[in-house]
Every structure is written in C-alpha cells, then in structure tokens.
Design a protein around this ligand. Structure first.
Ligand code: NAD
Ligand code: UDP
Length: 339
C-alpha cells in the first residue's frame, strides 16, 4: 500500500511517516518546506531504515500534483499540509484561507481524477471553539474563533459535500488536541520558527536558556490552580492514530470524525512542574494577564476513536516532557541553530 503524505516533513507528518514505514506502507511525501527542512527526509530514513520518495513542491500546484499521481500508484492520502499559526491567521487571514483551502481542493480534484478516494485529514480541536461542556465529544457544536480554525471547519464541510456528491469516498477527519513531545530517537520533533506561540516549544526554549522565562497567561481561570488546562497528546501516539485511520479508510467508505486526545487535562503549572522535575531543569516563569481568545479548559472525550479505530493514547505527561527536552538537547549538541 502506498500512502501520499502532504506536509510529510512537518512536525506531525514526519512522525507519521515513521509509523507508516514501520508498519510496512510505502510512503511518498510532498512538502514545499515552508515550515520544515529537507533533512527531515534523511532523518525519517535513518530512524526507520526504509526509503521514501520525496517531492519538494506545493500541494496547490495542480500540475505537480497531477504528475505525482500519474507517476506513483497512490492508494490513500494523509493531508497535513497547511499553515497552522493561530495568531498569524488573525493578522493575515487570506494567507490561511488561500493555502489551507486551495491545497485541499487541488488535492481532492486530483484524487478524484485518479480514482484515489481514501483520505485522512488533519483537523483540530480548535473547530469546537469555546465548548459549553467537557469532555468534548465529536457531536458538539462547531464554532471556531479564529481564521485558522475556520479554515479547518470549512475544509470539514467541503469534505462532507464531496462525500455526499460521491459516496465512494472514504474520509477520516482527525481532530487533534495539543500535540507535544518528539520521537524517542531525538532526531525529529517540533522546531518552530522564531519565538514560539505554543506552550511546550516555549518551555523548551526557557529550559535551554534561549528565552529567560515563560509568560503564563493568567492564573485566575476556574481550573485546578487557575492556569489554563489542555489535553496534551504525545506526537507518537497521535501518529499511531493515523495508521488506524488509514486502515479504516482503506476498509470502508463514508466520512467520520475522531477526537485524538488523551482525555486528560493538565494545567500550565502542572506541565511546567512536570517538565522541571523529569528533566531536572529550572523553568522560570512570570504570571501575566490572560491571552486574548484563550479558553480556560479543553479536553477530549476520545472514546469514539477507541470504539471505531481501536486507538488510544498510551504515553503520559512525563514521557511528553522528557521526549521534548531530549529532542532539543540532542539537536543543540549537533549544532542545531534557530532558523
Ligand atoms: P507543520 O507546519 O510542522 O507541518 C506542515 C507541513 O506542511 C510543513 O512541513 C509545511 O512546509 C508543509 N506545507 C504547508 N503548506 C504547504 C503546501 N501548500 N504545499 C506543500 N507543503 C505545505 O505543522 P504540524 O504541526 O505538523 O501540523 C500538521 C497538520 O496538523 C496541519 O494541517 C495542522 O493544521 C494540523 N494540526 C496541528 C496541530 C498542532 O498543534 N501542531 C493541532 C491541530 C491540527
Ligand atoms: N500558554 C502560556 N504561555 C505561553 C504559551 C501558552 O501560559 O507562552 C498557555 C495558554 O494560555 C494555554 C496553554 O498554555 O492555557 C496551551 O497553549 P497553546 O498555545 O500551546 O495551545 P492552545 O491554547 O492553542 O490550545
């Protein structure tokens, strides 16, 4: 079975390529390297001792995508390629609507043409907006609060209409909660450009003294210690969820939606304290005001993914903190420089 992975050099895509190769799939990656580096391909090969085919290019490029499908005998696609920075999507919404929607539409057009109708799509828990109840179930109302989240909801709707128009499609929409951590080899992990927006990459920069302290955005939420609560999921667990989703779309037709989270919420302070403890490092922090648009608490009910895909997360918060730190330390030792 040959799987096309769009955005396969990125954070979640690279870990998923590892899982695919280790599970006997052939892998073709297309990535324009707008948020990743080509050496990730060599790292995936080094971890798995398997080969993969890499195309450097844009999924919005219909000619390129047609060439890839004409040359490779693709059986199924996992579509990661997208822009994902919430803040940037607010200041530059057109960039997000253009890339995230165009890439999906071009991809689906070419898939239809070549009669490849098995698709796993990366959506996000951000489609739920500010949930009225917890834990979050797939059936909850969808109301994203920023342009990035709106692109994900629009794509979910496009895929639903596509399936309604042609029910030979088989589509799994995966709504990720908060992916963190890195592969145990320390070779691949999250490597954001500039000053990170997300909690774990920011903590990693404080741990390595690249940034002096963490700003904790509010300690007056109605949570265990007043700081925000999220459902952090180890990226390797998340990637294994994609293998189950690929198996599912290869077997059935239909469109379905799955929360990929652990079902456990942790506060910012719990993450900071666990990171400091398991890695024996000090994480300086200051409490500052709430970040606009943040919600107090968000965690999944992942039981539907277990029922339908037989998938559940197995790694805990200590693994997530340990593997994040070992990725950053290993890459520092090898002369890693910020982009
Ligand atoms: P990432 O930025 O690390 O990976 C995305 C990859 O896609 C990058 O390698 C980038 O170069 C590539 N890319 C972007 N636009 C492209 C295009 N038009 N053509 C070809 N390549 C393109 O992001 P990630 O964290 O691995 O996220 C993967 C997917 O999961 C995205 O769709 C993202 O929206 C979604 N997601 C991520 C998170 C998260 O917190 N990381 C949470 C929920 C959903
Ligand atoms: N957070 C924080 N300082 C930071 C980044 C994040 O206190 O520098 C908090 C944020 O307010 C939220 C949690 O950490 O409660 C997770 O934030 P992240 O941006 O990683 O994920 P999201 O809010 O998109 O779920």
């Amino acid at each position: 079975m040959k799987v096309l992975v769009t955005g396969g050099c990125g954070y979640i895509g690279s870990h998923t390529c590892v899982e695919l190769l280790e599970n006997g799939y052939e892998v073709v990656v297309v990535d324009n390297l707008s948020n990743s580096k080509k050496d990730v391909v060599d790292k995936i090969k080094k971890i798995t001792k398997h080969d993969l085919t890499f195309y450097q290019g844009d999924v919005c490029n219909l000619t390129l995508m047609d060439q890839i499908f004409a040359k490779e005998k693709i059986d199924a696609v996992i579509h990661f390629a997208a822009y994902k920075a919430v803040g940037e999507s607010v200041t530059n919404p057109l960039k997000y609507y253009q890339n995230n929607l165009d890439s999906t539409i071009v991809l689906c057009e070419v898939m239809s043409k070549y009669n490849v109708k098995k698709l796993v799509f990366s959506s996000s828990a951000t489609v739920y907006g500010n949930p009225k109840k917890l834990p979050i179930k797939e059936s909850f109302a969808l109301s994203p609060t920023n342009p990035y989240g709106k692109t994900k909801l629009m794509i979910e709707n496009i895929l639903k209409d596509l399936y309604i128009s042609d029910n030979t499609w088989s589509i799994a929409v995966l709504r990720y909660f908060n992916p963190v951590g890195a592969h145990e080899s320390g070779l691949i992990g999250e490597d954001p450009n500039g000053i990170p927006n997300n909690l774990m990459p920011y903590i990693m920069k404080v741990a390595t003294n690249e940034l002096p302290y963490l700003n904790i955005f509010g300690d007056d939420y109605d949570t265990i210690d007043g700081t925000g609560v999220r459902d952090y999921i180890h990226v390797v667990d998340l990637s294994k969820g994609h293998i189950k989703a690929i198996e599912k779309v290869l077997q059935d037709t239909g469109i379905d939606y799955y929360n990929l989270g652990t079902g456990c919420g942790y506060s910012v302070l719990e993450i900071v304290n666990t990171f400091a403890k398991v890695n024996n490092v000090k994480i300086n922090y200051k409490i500052v005001s709430r970040r606009p648009g943040d919600i107090a608490c968000c965690y999944a009910d992942p039981s539907y993914a277990y029922e339908k895909l037989k998938w559940r997360a197995t790694k805990g918060i200590e693994d997530m903190c340990r593997d994040s730190y070992s990725f950053v330390m290993k890459n520092k030792e090898h002369g890693y420089k910020n982009k």
